[in-house]
Write a new protein. Structure first.
Length: 153
């Protein structure tokens, strides 16, 4: 079972996937509400919606699609690690925090505990000074998600 999160390839609706022993995937997502701004696509599908504010945020969304929706955690991990390297210190702290938290999860899913520990250290080292309440909440949530993933493994 994948962790619940917003899905850019599902109109931004939150959801998770279940994978049975035979490799079949079942995607579970919340029903859209009246306040959701969804544009119906062909055959009642939803369109891609991005909540990302920059290249690193879009990389996280793409890694979610590759790792969770397509079941290729290794490729999602490569994509996200590369995007983090390219972003350097230019990406905002909340965006880096979300990326690092998901990278911790992908490292754990791929069985690379040493890389997961390094990503978690980088996440814990992100500065919180100068962040507004939203940024502080995002940083705290990312650190909590990473801690939960490591504790569950």
């Amino acid at each position: 079972m994948t962790r619940p999160r917003a899905r850019a390839n599902n109109g931004g609706l939150s959801g998770f996937s279940l994978i049975d022993p035979a490799g079949n995937w079942i995607r579970v997502s919340r029903a859209p509400g009246a306040s959701d701004d969804l544009t119906p696509g062909p055959r009642d599908t939803t369109t891609w919606t991005s909540a990302a504010s920059g290249p690193l945020g879009r990389a996280v969304e793409n890694a979610v699609v590759i790792a969770d929706s397509h079941g290729d955690a290794e490729q999602g991990r490569k994509l996200l690690a590369g995007a983090l390297r390219r972003s350097g210190e230019q990406a905002q702290v909340p965006e880096r925090a979300r990326a690092l938290a998901y990278l911790v999860e992908l490292h754990v899913r791929c069985g690379d505990r040493a890389a997961a520990a390094q990503a978690r250290e980088a996440l814990d080292a992100l500065p919180s000074d100068g962040l507004d309440d939203g940024g502080l909440a995002t940083l705290a949530a990312a650190r909590g998600e990473a801690a939960a993933v490591v504790a569950e493994s």
